[in-house]
Design a protein around this ligand. Structure first.
Ligand code: GLU
Length: 487
């Protein structure tokens, strides 16, 4: 592969949020370009105006950037092969469609939607192959000035078309089973097929990576390349994702399917990138944690897998934990901040001293976070001045009674009021308490933990008390004492 020439493109249609399957395609496109010192293009295929979803254009770009997949040419950055929005290239498609008309390789079709509908119905009833009956292929007798028309491709009626796919080898298609596809629609917009071929050629795309659902369209694309006398790019049709149980195609019913949803659930882009990278590609050894930089070095198309792969959410969660644990406290705090702001636990913008406090909390919770959203439950009682008084039953250790719990809390109050609130100071102060009360360590710590946090699971005791500070600890123990005394 000559390095300088590699040009890949990700060509989404703005019909929804960036899908995780699309994100994997973009990752492979990006890696292939980076590995060979080539260029990665983003082209927006916005020719189907009926399917346009507001907000999707912004989401696709934002999600790609979030994953770290910056494009070398495309929206916002421009480039020599632009414009990169197909809706801005209509004149180009018309020119090329005209060329095919002039050469007798395409034709005007005046068939009305009603006629097409009738043809289809008749075909269905006769149990024939459904498709356009090529009524206008050799001239349209009913054609009149001003009538709506489309331009259709004159697909060869005989012979075979070979699609060379880098993963799947040579695939043969019978031309007589292919339709005379529409190239230009009656609204003047091109179809996906036509715009895609023209643009991949004009943008000098060398490798077309896309989902295998596009494979049935590829023979027509190849025929279009042939009609123009153009060299087709290398095709790579990537496998589908299977559901986590491996029983069928991944769909919305199995959970989140867009990059945005994963982001909002609290996944790190590094984790999603690494996970998607290995969903259909393998490094040839058992390395699982692969950074972007390593992936650029290691990536090659011959290790891409053609068979469907299971979308194992537990594996993605595992990656998320790995990457969360690898972050510096400040970095982790920055990533947690939006979730805490959304939960109303920190203001937006966050004042510097409150952010510094959050950074201090990170080592206490880092090991425990599976998702960034978990940070809310692990840190809320640190970030709140007051917490709701805990329920009485929570304060009483198993097999003990309210009286004992009260005795414990009173002793702790006296001890902690005089303690030095550092990890070492707290350890020294609390160490003798269980023996003094004739209780086990757990029976002392449990009411204390619940009193200061309202929870039964918290970060380590000494670090937690230190981070809360004497004032809040004392005040919360007092509140817990009143709960026990009030019954
Ligand atoms: N616009 C198509 C899509 O949304 C692109 C398919 C291709 O890459 O050719 O998936």
């Amino acid at each position: 592969m000559s390095d300088m020439k590699v040009r890949t493109r990700f060509a989404p249609s703005p019909t929804g949020y960036l899908h995780i399957g699309g994100a994997r395609t973009a990752i492979y496109d990006w890696l292939l370009a980076k590995k060979h010192g080539g260029r990665f293009l983003l082209r927006i295929e916005d020719t189907d105006r009926n399917r346009f979803v507001p907000g999707s254009l912004e989401d696709i770009q934002e999600s790609l950037r979030w994953l770290g997949l910056e494009w070398d040419e495309g929206p916002a950055v421009g480039g020599p092969a632009g414009p990169y929005f197909q809706s801005e290239r209509l004149e180009i498609y018309h020119r090329y469609a005209q060329q095919l008309i002039d050469e007798g390789k395409a034709y005007y079709c005046y068939c009305t939607p009603e006629r097409l509908q009738e043809v289809r119905k008749a075909q269905e009833q006769a149990k024939q192959q459904v498709g356009y009956d090529r009524h206008c292929r050799d001239g349209a007798p009913e054609a009149q000035e001003g009538m709506k028309r489309v331009i259709r491709f004159k697909t060869p009626l005989t012979g075979k078309t070979i699609v060379k796919d880098m993963l799947r080898g040579e695939l043969e298609f019978e031309n007589n089973l292919l339709e005379d596809l529409v190239l230009i629609k009656s609204d003047g917009f091109p179809t996906y097929h036509f715009a895609n071929v023209v643009d991949d050629h004009l943008m000098k795309v060398t490798h077309v990576l896309r989902g295998e659902e596009w494979l049935p369209s590829t023979p027509t694309h190849v025929l279009l390349y042939q009609a123009f006398g153009w060299e087709p790019p290398q095709f790579v049709h990537l496998s589908l994702f299977l559901s986590p149980d491996g029983k069928g195609k991944l769909s919305k019913r199995h959970g989140a399917t867009s990059v945005r949803e994963y982001r909002e659930l609290g996944y790190l882009p590094e984790a999603l990138f690494n996970f998607l990278l290995l969903l259909g590609w393998n490094p040839g050894n058992d390395q699982e944690v692969i950074s972007k930089e390593e992936a650029i070095q290691m990536f090659s198309l011959d290790r891409v897998n053609a068979s469907p792969v299971r979308f194992a959410t537990d594996k993605l969660n595992w990656y998320n934990g790995v990457y969360i644990r690898s972050l510096e406290p400040k970095d982790l705090a920055e990533r947690c901040l939006p979730f805490l702001q959304k939960a109303g636990l920190l203001p937006d913008p966050c004042p510097a001293e409150r952010f510094a406090y959050l950074v201090k909390l990170m080592p206490l919770v880092q090991e425990r976070l599976k998702l960034l959203t978990d940070v809310v439950a692990w840190t809320d009682f640190f970030l709140q001045e007051d917490i709701p008084a805990p329920a009485r039953e929570m304060l009483i250790p198993k097999k003990l009674d309210a009286e004992t719990a009260l005795r414990v809390l009173k002793e702790l109050l006296a001890t902690l009021e005089g303690a030095d609130f550092t990890v070492a100071g707290l350890e020294a102060a609390l160490h003798p308490v269980p023996e003094k009360l004739g209780l086990k360590m757990g029976d002392v710590f449990m009411p204390l933990r619940v009193a200061v946090s309202g929870k039964t699971a918290t970060p380590g005791m000494y670090e937690m008390l230190e981070a809360l500070g004497k004032e809040r600890v004392v005040q919360r123990i007092k509140a817990a004492i009143s709960v026990l005394e009030s019954c």
